[in-house]
Design a protein around this ligand. Structure first.
Ligand code: C2E
Ligand code: MG
Ligand code: MG
Ligand code: MG
Length: 259
């Protein structure tokens, strides 16, 4: 076996123990109003503190977890943990959780969402599930049915990374999304690429006509913030507003006193 395959096998094995050994955790990145940076919530982003390798990023282990099926258990932990933590935040803040396409192939996803909500006490209107378009490729009919069941709970569904992968406008017609996030690759090149800017403008136009709010992902600079605002992205996320990290809770929450 070559070195790469060996490393992969080792990660597969390690990943199976990661939850029990408490090596997984969630960071939270601010979701804001573009105009003034007002906080509207946080996106939960999975982190793996590997004992030997240090911090392993989701792009390096989620594909492995998806292939081995470990994502089912991991995704369940993510959802329960994010709801549990968000229930302690001020009431007006949303929590966005990424859901893997593999989780959609399990018939009980909507039941898991319902269970995470009831166990945490989080109001369903505060939860958003982010789904990339690859989730929509397989089993379209059952995916639509699952999305409707999730929405019936009062939870929103968000199309993540829009404009990349297998983007198809018909996905916006067939699936009951509440919001669209424009992939950060377009935001990154907007300043010097007129085509990227046109694509952002077109996506905003589609969002307007379908009555779907638009989020600009990956805003890193004040210039980009101004550009996406000009193009009509009312909501944004990116290093300019805040990096993923711990949520700083106010010391005094309504009705609860600490210390
Ligand atoms: P995503 O859902 O599109 O999340 C946004 C990613 O962009 C995050 O990367 C975030 O750190 C990064 N990002 C945010 N703002 C900026 C910016 O201004 N500049 C740059 N260069 N990057 C920015 P991260 O945390 O590495 O996550 C990568 C992907 O892994 C996520 O993309 C998502 O698809 C997946 N992922 C993360 N957590 C989970 C999870 O709990 N479950 C599943 N199924 N997937 C997850
Ligand atoms: Mg996301
Ligand atoms: Mg995204
Ligand atoms: Mg992404």
């Amino acid at each position: 076996m070559d070195e790469e395959a060996r490393l992969r096998r080792q990660l597969e094995t390690d990943l199976r123990h990661a939850i029990l050994r408490r090596q997984l955790r969630l960071d939270y990145q601010p979701l804001v109003r573009t105009a003034d940076g007002e906080l509207s919530g946080y996106e939960a982003l999975l982190r793996w503190d590997h004992p030997e390798r240090g911090a392993v990023g989701p792009d390096d282990f989620i594909p492995i977890a998806e292939e081995t099926g470990a994502i089912i258990t991991i995704g369940e932990w993510v959802l329960r943990e994010a709801c549990r933590e968000a229930a302690r935040w001020p009431d007006h803040l949303q929590v966005a959780v990424n859901v893997s396409p593999v989780q959609f192939q399990v018939a009980t996803l909507a039941d898991l969402v319902a269970s995470a909500l009831s166990e945490s006490g989080l109001d369903p209107s505060r939860l958003e599930l982010e789904i990339t378009e690859s989730a929509l490729l397989k089993e379209r009919a059952s995916t639509v049915a699952t999305l409707h069941r999730i929405k019936a709970l009062g939870v929103s569904v968000v199309m993540d990374d829009f404009g990349t992968g297998y983007s198809s406008l018909s996905n916006l017609q067939s699936f009951p999304f509440d919001k669209i996030k424009i992939d950060r690759s377009f935001i990154a090149s907007m300043e010097d690429d007129a085509a990227a800017r046109s694509i952002v403008r077109a996506i905003v136009g589609i969002g307007r006509s379908l009555d779907l709010p638009i989020v600009a992902e990956g805003v890193e600079t004040e210039a980009q913030r101004r550009l996406v605002l000009e193009e009509g992205c009312a909501n944004a996320q990116g290093f300019f507003f805040g990096r993923p990290g711990r949520v700083a809770l106010p010391r005094v929450l309504p009705g609860i006193r600490f210390g």
